[in-house]
Design a binder for this molecule. Sequence first.
Ligand code: BTN
Length: 269
Amino acid sequence: MCPPVWGGALDALKAKLPIAWIGEKIHYYPSLESTNDRAMQLAADGAPHGTLVVADEQTHGKGRDGKVWITRPGTSLAFSLILRSTLLNAENLHRFIGLGAIAVVDGLGKTGLNSSIKWPNDVLVNDKKIAGVLLEGSWRSERIEFATLGIGINVDRGSIQEDDRMDYPAISVSEALGSSVNRESLLIDILEALAGWYPRVSDQDFVSHWDTHLAYKGDEVILGEETAGVRGKLIGLDRNGSLQIDTERDGVVNARHQSSLRRYSVQPE
Ligand code: BTN
């Protein structure tokens, strides 16, 4: 088990916040259905940019495409950050998902782990999923009024149950490192990375850093549906942070949509 950071040491966490604009307001819950849902409610009620929602347990945490992301108490990191930014628009949404993923990659890097990003929102270690990012926005006509950047990380071995491995192989930080880590320090490192990259989310050095950590470069991949998806060799990100796939049929295709990516493997007849 991880040290019981969230009970006793919540004060220590608060003492290290805010980090830049993050965590002036922090809402901690021992148990919650979903930090993203709670953050969206708080934002709708006027909570400011940078408000942080953290839970020790999530009973109905949300993953992409309607999947459930369960967070077991004492084992994981589950948090959501409220964002209010004029940069949040349909054109740029992918950058903010990349921002969450890059912050996790950088935070994990501080523990000594090398990780990569499986477009758009999965963080992998040894080709297994260690973390996921979920960005949700509240739209007002063409504009996004506010968004919630939710991040879930498998920290301790107990964070993963056998049935979690069905969808995609999963791994925890402790399993990957062979030793346990302190959730509070990991959270702080991730928030520091997020605060550092946030002002540069439109810059070229952010896109380059994101591209450097993209998984499956040079591999044959499919983006989207098995039959109707884009299939080809993954080149990487272009200057705008769109995915570039070299296809046989249409040449290089640039995709910014949030369909998930996987390696293409020929099915046995
Ligand atoms: C995915 O991989 O499909 C995304 C998973 C995102 C899970 C996190 S945990 C904190 C935040 N609150 C939620 O309900 N979901 C995100």
